[in-house]
Design a protein around this ligand. Structure first.
Ligand SMILES: NC(=O)c1ccc[n+]([C@@H]2O[C@H](COP(=O)([O-])OP(=O)(O)OC[C@H]3O[C@@H](n4cnc5c(N)ncnc54)[C@H](O)[C@@H]3O)[C@@H](O)[C@H]2O)c1
Length: 376
C-alpha cells in the first residue's frame, strides 16, 4: 500500500481499460491539467479512441452533465474515465446511467437511482480523498434551475476500478484537505452513531477510522507532501464509505440530507454543511443515540469521567472542537445565515419529501427545525 508511485500505475491503466474502448475522460477545473494528471492518463490510454469533457463543477450540475451525455451519445462512447474528486466521479456516474436511460434523465435523481437498468462502465483516478465515491455505488447531483441536490445509487454504478495514488493529493488546497477529513469523519458517524446492534466488528472498524482521522488530521493539513499521511487519509476516506462499516447496521444520513439543502441553497462546500448540522443533530438526538454517544465518547475521545449526561455533552463538544480546529465553522452564523435560512431549508426538505429522516425515521420537519435552530 505504501509503495511509492512507479510505472505500476501506467501498467494498471493499460490493462484495465479495454483496448477497443471508446473512452471519455471527464474532469473538473484546471487542476487536473496543471498537475500533469491528465497528461499521464492520456499517455496511459495509448492508442485508444479518446474524447474529453472538462468543466464538471464542484457539486456537479445536471445542466453541465447533460452536455457530456450528448457527447457520449453522439460519439457512441462506451467507457468513462473520471479524473478528479467526488464531484467528477459522481457526475460521471450520472452520465454513465443517463446516457443509456430511456426518458428524461433527471428522473434518475428523483427516483434515487432505482430506475437505472443499464449504465456505461466507469473507471476513476482519484485526486481528492473525501467522499468514498471511488469505491461505492452512490452519487449526488444538483439541478441548478430548482436548487435541488439529490442522491441516487445503483449497483450498476460501482466503478470497475479506481486508481488511488496519494501523491495526486499533494496539490490540494488546505481547505479541501480539511473538508476531506470532515467528510470522511461524518460518513463514518452516519453509519456508527445510531443505536447498538451488537455489530462488534463494524463498531471497532468505525472507531478505528475515526481515531485515524483525528490522529492524522494535523499532519495531513500541515504537510502537503507527506506521502504516508496522505496514503492513510486516502485509504481511511475510501473505507469510510465503501459498504464495509455500514454492512448490516442501522444508518442515519439525516446530517447529509439537511446538508445537501444548505449546499444547494447557499453553495456551502459539502463537508462544511456536515460540520454545521452534525453537532446540532447529536444534541437534538442525544436521547435516542444515548448508548452510542457514550460508547463514542469513551472509545474515540477517551471520555471516562462525569455523569452520563456530562460525558455525552463532552463527546459532542469534542466533535465540534475537532471540526473548528480544522478551520471549519460549525454554525450557520459563520456563513451569515439566520432564521430565514432555517425556513428556506425546511421548505426544500418538504418539497424533496425529506420528512422522516434518521435511523428511527423520527426526524420530521419539526425536528429538522430544532436541529437547524440549534445550529444557528
Ligand atoms: N458519492 C458519494 O458517496 C459521495 C459522498 C459524499 C459526498 N459526495 C459529493 O461529492 C462532492 C464533493 O466532492 P469532493 O469533496 O471530493 O470535492 P470536489 O470533487 O467538489 O473538489 C473540490 C475542489 O477541489 C479541486 N481539486 C480536486 N482534486 C485536486 C487536486 N489534486 N489538486 C488541486 N485541486 C483539486 C476541484 O477542482 C474542486 O475545485 C459533493 O457534491 C458531495 O455531495 C458524494
Amino acid at each position: 500500500m505504501y509503495r511509492r508511485k512507479s510505472d505500476t500505475f501506467a501498467f494498471h491503466y493499460a490493462t484495465l481499460v479495454p483496448e477497443t474502448a471508446r473512452v471519455l475522460i471527464l474532469y473538473g477545473g484546471a487542476s487536473a491539467e496543471k498537475t500533469g494528471t491528465l497528461a499521464e492518463v492520456r499517455a496511459a490510454l495509448g492508442s485508444r479512441s479518446v474524447h474529453e469533457f472538462g468543466g464538471i463543477e464542484p457539486n456537479p450540475s445536471y445542466e453541465t452533465l447533460m452536455r457530456a451525455v450528448q457527447l457520449v451519445r453522439a460519439e457512441r462512447l462506451d467507457f468513462l474515465l473520471a479524473v478528479g474528486g467526488g464531484s467528477v466521479i459522481d457526475g460521471s456516474k450520472f452520465v454513465a446511467a443517463a446516457a443509456l436511460y430511456d426518458g428524461e434523465p433527471w428522473e434518475i435523481a428523483e427516483q434515487g437511482g432505482a430506475n437505472i437498468r443499464r449504465a456505461l462502465p466507469i473507471g476513476t483516478v482519484l485526486t481528492l480523498p473525501a467522499t468514498g465515491s471511488e469505491m461505492n455505488n452512490g452519487a449526488v447531483v444538483t439541478r441548478k434551475a430548482t436548487q435541488a441536490k439529490l442522491p441516487f445509487r445503483n449497483p450498476l454504478l460501482f466503478p470497475q476500478f479506481s486508481i488511488l495514488d496519494p501523491s495526486k493529493t499533494f496539490t490540494l488546497p488546505t481547505k479541501q484537505v480539511a473538508n476531506g477529513l470532515v467528510d470522511a469523519y461524518v460518513h463514518t458517524i452516519e453509519q456508527y452513531l445510531t443505536y447498538p446492534v451488537q455489530a462488534l466488528v463494524q463498531d471497532r472498524f468505525a472507531e478505528g477510522l475515526l481515531q485515524t482521522l483525528i490522529e492524522i488530521a494535523p499532519q495531513a493539513v500541515a504537510a502537503p507532501d507527506d506521502y504516508t499521511t496522505r496514503a492513510n487519509l486516502m485509504w481511511t476516506a475510501t473505507l469510510a464509505l465503501n459498504g464495509l462499516i455500514g454492512a448490516g447496521v442501522p444508518q442515519d444520513w439525516a446530517t447529509h440530507m439537511i446538508g445537501h439543502e444548505l449546499t444547494a441553497l447557499y453553495d456551502i462546500d459539502h463537508a462544511r454543511t456536515l460540520a454545521i448540522v452534525l453537532p446540532a443533530l447529536l444534541e437534538v438526538q442525544r436521547d435516542s443515540k444515548h448508548a452510542k454517544l457514550l460508547q463514542y465518547g469513551a472509545r474515540v475521545w477517551n471520555i471516562s469521567t462525569g455523569s452520563e449526561a456530562e460525558r455525552i455533552t463532552a463527546a459532542i463538544a469534542s466533535t465540534r472542537a475537532f471540526f473548528e480546529g480544522l478551520g471549519i465553522p460549525t454554525r450557520l452564523s459563520a456563513y451569515e445565515l439566520g432564521q430565514d435560512a432555517v425556513e428556506a431549508v425546511l421548505r426544500q426538505l418538504e418539497s424533496h419529501r425529506m420528512t422522516a429522516l434518521g435511523e428511527h425515521r423520527d426526524i420530521d420537519l419539526a425536528r429538522s427545525r430544532r436541529i437547524l435552530e440549534a445550529a444557528l
